[in-house]
Design a binder for this molecule. Structure first.
Ligand SMILES: [Zn+2]
Length: 170
């Protein structure tokens, strides 16, 4: 069940980020997951809730955006979606080249942004959320293997937008 490793990496990255900005609660986590990634979205929400239990992210909603499996034609450069199970889609719609392409998208797995609320402006509250994130990290990985390489990959590719901080800055 490799969703466990992937979601584990997401929880780690989200908690680290939430801790670094002193978030009181993480409300939403936006992911981009390519169609080529063999993951079951229904599992991911449950796994996220399980792995983040007792942390500032335990009630967060996962919003998953699936990107199409698309290729770029080696002859004309056209980008088009393909269905790996339907050979009629393997031909370039522009120049007609057959199966002469390379992968363009569909294998992404990134955290696009997280939404947080309740960052108190006092140093005390910030320390509290820091503690929450810390206790979460020590309680990590109740089951399965701790796929730190997966976690590292998803953390490198994250593109967070500090929603909570943006709101405060207005
Ligand atoms: Zn072409």
């Amino acid at each position: 069940m490799h969703e466990m490793a992937l979601v584990h990496g997401v929880v780690d990255a989200v908690l680290e980020h939430a801790g670094s900005i002193g978030a009181g609660e993480v409300t939403s986590v936006f992911l981009t997951v390519g169609q080529g990634r063999d993951v079951v979205e229904e599992y991911m929400q449950g796994l996220f809730a399980f792995l983040s239990k007792g942390t500032v992210a335990e009630h967060a909603r996962l919003i998953v955006d699936r990107t199409p499996f698309a290729v770029r034609c080696n002859r004309c450069g056209s980008v088009f979606p393909i269905d790996v199970f339907d050979s009629s889609t393997w031909e370039c719609p522009r120049c007609g080249a057959e199966r002469d392409y390379r992968l363009h998208s569909g294998m992404e797995f990134t955290i696009d942004r997280i939404e947080v609320v309740g960052r108190a402006d006092s140093g005390h509250a910030q320390a509290d959320t820091g503690d929450a994130a810390f206790s979460a990290s020590s309680a990590r990985c109740p089951v399965g293997r701790c796929a730190s390489s997966v976690a590292g990959r998803s953390m490198r590719s994250r593109r967070f937008r500090h929603v909570g901080e943006e709101r405060r800055g207005e």
